[in-house]
Design a protein. Structure first.
Lengths: 119, 157
């Protein structure tokens, strides 16, 4: 019984690692391929949300019901809260510095800011 | 008072998780350090909705589960664009209405938008967010409305 449970756990964490790794690689590829900072922010978003979380989840499955998995859960929680904050800080700084996306299809920034901004 | 109790419980749970020791002497030190932190937080007037968000509904956990599914779906969509031979980018800056009542609700909604690959919150004004979307499908107004409605449900008891 224990052996089968261990096997299921290994398979589940293996899948989690593999999918997470695929997302990390695609995110890294996106960092290189995408044309400007605005598009690259989204590639970084793939890495630091789903890539990192799936790797942490796989490690939690491996650690089982121990103190280590609680600590990993905390790491996942902090990543979940801090990574969008950091992404927002980068995007907001780029916007304030006057960078604008390439080939912008629709721009409603004047609606939000209440003034004309350069496009 | 409820905020103080909530913060002490959370602090002590954190202390236990990080230390893992159950000797009486060390436990006592842990309790003392939690009480000292609680006193400092009280003196700094930090016992509010922002630092101790116990006003959020427990359904927040269900919302995180739903958000995880959304993150996976949009991560797949963005990955498909990155690996495509011709990257189909339709970058746009769109205004998204945020109907949440509290600051915490706004923060959760803005962070949820940023967590979802393909959309990033850039700037906020009361009741309105400026969001950068990578593609036409990421900028779906119905999707934002659905997420905003779910956040409004969990923001306050």
């Amino acid at each position: 019984m224990d052996i089968t449970l261990d096997l299921i756990r290994d398979i589940a964490s293996g899948i989690s690692f593999a999918v997470g790794l695929a997302f990390l690689l695609i995110g890294a590829l996106g960092m290189i391929r995408l044309p400007d900072v605005w598009a690259r922010v989204h590639a970084a978003g793939i890495i630091d949300t789903i890539g990192a979380e799936l790797i942490v989840f796989g490690m939690i499955l491996q650690a089982g019901l121990t103190q280590a998995s609680l600590k990993l859960l905390l790491i996942g929680l902090f990543l979940f809260v801090t990574s969008p904050t950091a992404t927002h800080a980068v995007a907001n700084a780029a916007f304030t510095a006057g960078l604008r996306p390439l080939n912008l299809r629709k721009n409603q920034s004047a609606d939000v800011l209440g003034r004309e901004t350069k496009s | 008072m409820a905020k103080a109790i909530g913060l002490s419980v959370a602090l002590f749970a954190l202390w236990l998780t990080l230390s893992g020791f159950f000797k009486p002497f060390l436990l006592m030190l842990g309790v003392l350090s939690c009480l000292l932190t609680l006193y400092l937080a009280f003196r700094m007037k930090l016992l509010d909705d922002e630092a101790v968000p116990i006003q959020l509904r427990p359904a927040l956990l269900l919302y995180w589960g739903w958000l995880g599914g959304e993150i996976f779906k949009s991560a797949m969509a963005v990955s498909r664009i990155i690996v495509a031979r011709e990257m189909a980018l339709h970058q746009q800056l769109i205004a998204v209405p945020a109907a949440q009542k509290t600051d915490m609700g706004h923060v959760i909604f803005a962070n949820s938008i940023t967590l979802t690959p393909g959309t990033v919150t850039i700037e906020t004004r009361p009741g309105l967010f400026l969001v950068h979307a990578l593609t036409e499908s990421a900028a779906d107004a119905d999707g934002f409305a659905e997420m905003g409605r779910r956040v409004a449900e969990i923001e306050a008891r």
